[in-house]
Ligand binder design. Structure first.
Ligand SMILES: N[C@@H](CCC(=O)N[C@@H](CS)C(=O)NCC(=O)O)C(=O)O
Length: 379
């Protein structure tokens, strides 16, 4: 066994260790373990190595003993502010958005960057679509950067920190980070830290705090007069649709899957009905609720229907939702935030317990630039 030096992300002393076999998360007690501690094998313990190592988590670890997927909360929750004296003031060139084009949560931030005309002020770097080992010393699989700019079209090496993985970025910001290293990450280049990794908060900052430097400051996607209906629809859409498809896909027992499917299709039916009466989900004006719904719908037939077993009804069998998805996709700037190649590669390639052979299904290759009927609402 080769010796490897170990970076310390445990409270125990760091020693060079042989690569021990790590017990997988499925062999640990299945309570909700946000800071999972993976136990080194007994042979490692017998050999005198440290017996516990905190390891970064991934979404597949977030299943409770009921068999249901239970997403853990985001950990960095600071805000960029339009106030110049704030710790994180909204100035051009200071922040960077690390994303995966596969990720719906990151994609909603990309959509806001485009719509608000902030892409000149906040840079973007995208990771490779398929999870890889993030370190040699454990078996965590997560987002990694390509080594060169031409290794993976659409992805680029980390331009500022030379990080190999998103996990390394989190460890720069917080050396003992043992949570889930997720995208999006709003990164402060000056303080070398994660400002925020919760997309629902990042989009609010992009909407209001950067107006002094935005190309499109007049666009308000969370206007005061629509906040109550936006909040209400967001709650339904987040729980039953955005997160709902993950609950279907990651369920490990029939009951939680059945329940997630029931709620998913109840919510889709409701949205279909609403969109039969108006162009957008909260009326006749585009709001953040549309962007939040869109990022799941655009992935639905290509990925979720097959990979996450959301096949009770396809998006293209819902006339209003399907045309609405095309309508949003055709808003200038939005199509550039959708990289279907990365989306398909990621889901089918990154969850070995769901798709062990990583086969990418052939279809359906929908043309979201095709004509839609949403102008019938006259806007
Ligand atoms: N609540 C977070 C969720 C972000 C999230 O879960 N991102 C996924 C990608 S779609 C991720 O990075 N997962 C890493 C992993 O599962 O290891 C947000 O909305 O920003």
């Amino acid at each position: 066994m080769a010796l490897s030096s170990r970076r310390c992300f445990t409270s125990l002393p760091c020693l060079p260790v042989r690569m021990p076999t790590l017990a997988t998360s499925s062999s640990l007690p299945l309570t909700r373990r946000f800071l999972a501690t993976r136990t080194l094998s007994t042979s490692a313990a017998a050999a005198g190595y440290s017996t516990t190592v905190k390891m970064a988590r991934s979404a597949l670890d977030e299943v409770t003993d009921t068999g249901a997927f239970d997403r853990s909360p985001s950990t960095f929750r600071s805000s960029v502010s339009s106030d110049a004296s704030a710790r994180f003031p909204a100035v051009p060139g200071r922040y960077h958005l690390y994303v995966s084009y596969a990720c719906p949560w990151a994609s909603r931030c990309l959509a806001f960057l485009k719509l608000k005309g902030l892409d000149h002020a906040i840079g973007v770097a995208a990771v490779k679509p398929i999870f890889e080992r993030t370190k040699e010393i454990d078996d965590h699989l997560g987002w990694v950067f390509p080594a060169t700019a031409d290794e993976e079209p659409g992805a680029e090496p980390d331009p500022f920190n030379g990080a190999k993985s998103v996990r390394e970025l989190y460890e720069i910001a917080r050396p003992n980070y043992a949570g889930k290293p997720t995208v999006p990450v709003l990164w402060d280049k000056q303080l070398k830290t994660v400002v925020n990794n919760e997309s629902s908060e990042i989009i609010r900052m992009l909407n209001t705090e950067f107006n002094g430097i935005a190309g499109n400051p007049g666009l308000d996607l969370y206007p005061v007069h629509l906040r109550a209906p936006i909040d209400e629809i967001n709650e339904l859409v987040y729980d039953a649709i955005n997160n709902g498809v993950y609950k279907c896909g990651f369920a490990k027992k029939q009951g939680p899957y059945d329940e997630a499917v029931r709620r998913l299709y109840g919510a889709l039916d409701k949205c279909e009905e609403i969109l039969g009466k108006q162009r957008y989900i909260c009326g006749n004006q585009l709001t953040e609720a549309d962007i939040r719904l869109f990022v799941t719908l655009i992935r639905f037939d290509e990925v979720y229907a097959v990979h996450f077993k959301c096949n009770k009804k396809l998006l293209r069998e819902y006339p209003n939702l399907f045309n609405y998805t095309k309508d949003i996709y055709q808003i200038p700037g939005i199509s550039s935030t959708v990289n279907m190649e990365h989306i398909r590669k990621h889901y089918y390639g990154s969850h070995p317990s769901i798709n062990p052979y990583r086969i990418i299904p052939a279809g359906p290759n929908i043309d979201y630039n095709a004509a839609h009927d949403r102008e019938r609402f006259g806007l």
